[in-house]
Design a protein. Sequence first.
Length: 398
Amino acid sequence: MYKAVKTNKDTWWLGVNDRETDLFESLWPLPQGVAYNAYAVLGTTATAAIDTVKGPYLDDYVNKLTEALGHRTLNYLVINHMEPDHAGLISQLKSVWPSLKFIGNAKTVPMLKGYHGITEDIITVKDGDTLDLGGHVLKFFTVPMLHWPESMVTFDTTTGVLFSNDSFGGFGAHEGSIFDDEKNPERWEDEMLRYYACIVGKYSNIVQAALKKLGGLPITGIFPSHGTLFRKDVKKVISLYDKWSKYEADKGAVVVYGSMYGNTRKMAEAICSGLGDSGLKDVRVYDVSRTDPSYILRDIWKFKAFALTACTYNTQLFPPMEALCSKLLSRMPKNKFIGIAGSYSWSKGALTALHDYAEKSKLELIGPEVEVYTSPTAEDLAKLFELGKNLGEAVSNE
Ligand code: FEO
């Protein structure tokens, strides 16, 4: 999008597409890029920008904001979130609009000083406070830990638009349009769930609290800071967030394997056969060495069951599987069935580590746990088939 887009009454999108950053937070791949959405609401008596964009896009952002403002100045910058992908350039805005005032909450203030040395012209708001721009009254709601402690969202009581910051965001730069009703949903749903699983999912209980807090608002649009702007599927995305944050999942299973020489891969194949035999139609298989964990986390969040099988490496769990377990423990997806299987040659270790993970995960462990020496025998494969079948039946009988 090369210019500002008027989204609705007195409201503009000022975002940018980032197609250069390969890893979001230096962690998560961005094969479709990522968008930093920012906005302006122009009242009759005052103007406000809501969030900014990542630092390198200063010129693009300022040009769009200038275009939206026309002859007017910028009175306020609402800082919903201090993470630098939304606030990386705010210290430079004062030189463009010297009378600018920054709006944040008590937890924003030390970060403004820390990141930008800004200690003046800050208006500190509390949960439920409002700002009258003339014809548009903005209302602020704190949503701590979505996804930093100072996070808040801004609701335009006139248009019903919720500027939701990271919440309801997704990976993927805009292509052709910024709005949900002008995009194929398949293009944004998977990337929204991957974003949820990686960035927001850890705080699902807080998402639930936020949904309750905001539930009474007459929301007509949800404009997040990443990804698609929702003006048609508002109920759908709220319901997706409700589902994901309640750990409700689709009937399906994910099989993740770590294998050096193909023997553990054979174990995964037997688990898959069992899942298929149970009648489960949605089964996804991932090689943990060759699949970025964000895609595995996404599908583990999406489906009701998963199986982890890996070999032993230097007496311990195969390192890529260990890394995945660590990411899962950090996010603690709930209400799922898990199956585990390990292999070893000169020293055991994988199954013990997987069992340890399964216990810590507090998920329902479905048996049998299978441990294989060197290469799976026919008896081993039968047990692994049984594990897959049991997992599939647990999902089907839910
Ligand atoms: Fe998109 Fe938490 O920043």
